[in-house]
Design a protein around this ligand. Sequence first.
Ligand code: GLU
Length: 273
Amino acid sequence: MKQSKKQNLLFLLLFPLMLLAACTSSTVANQDITERLSQSSAPIVNWGVKADTNLFGLYNIEKGEIEGFDIDIAKALTEEITGDAENAEFIEVTSKTRIPLIKNGNIDAIIATMTISEERMKQVNFSDVYFAAGQSLLVPNDSTIQSVEDLDTDTTVLAVKGSTSAQNIREHAPETNVLELENYSEAFTALQSGQGDAVTTDNAILLGIIADNPGYRLAGAPFTDEPYGIAINHGQENFLDAVNEALDTIIENGTYAEIFSKWFPEEEVPDLD
Ligand code: GLU
């Protein structure tokens, strides 16, 4: 009895705080980003980015900053939108945390190897496509796996929680075992330690892993289309327009091509028009 009175009192004391916290996060998420940027003397754009994904967003310990294609595109867009690339701020996300973080208003946009999908569009809007990838498999050089067709009940594929790859692999190889990890560094470590036979995600991400780990190769051609878009919360259509306009500008003025060739020097710059 005493215990439940105490609990009631605690609830009464904490309830206003809980309400305030809920209101604050929904207020932040609902505030018009474009308006906030135009009214602020320090118009910071908070980008959700990967920090463990070579070529797209990877933390450089020596420099103390995250580097990659997504980072450079975000900086170029921030420069177009606010006049200064230094206004870009980067917050680490994983495939699983990126949508909850944007829904809470912790970040303004996600630029993190994220495929545009119908399912995700129920929660966020996407910019125009800024990169075209496709799902593939990464295996050790001496693996007998040559393509997604070689996956069966005897194989285990490592995927990342919250990724389209984790869903797609179940459709393309329904018999195989799938083990889902938190992020790509964990997935690759699991492959190295023999917990699985292949890692599956986008070819561009896998090529980034191979660049640092020569004992591994891709197995087979991509078996899905993964067009990357910048995700922005519903209700932020002004900011979405600003991002699309900035994207058009950097494609037209050659900045996009410069950034693309910096990170993918062997690839032809895609025609995004
Ligand atoms: N592009 C895929 C996705 O959006 C895989 C890469 C990732 O996990 O970010 O889910």
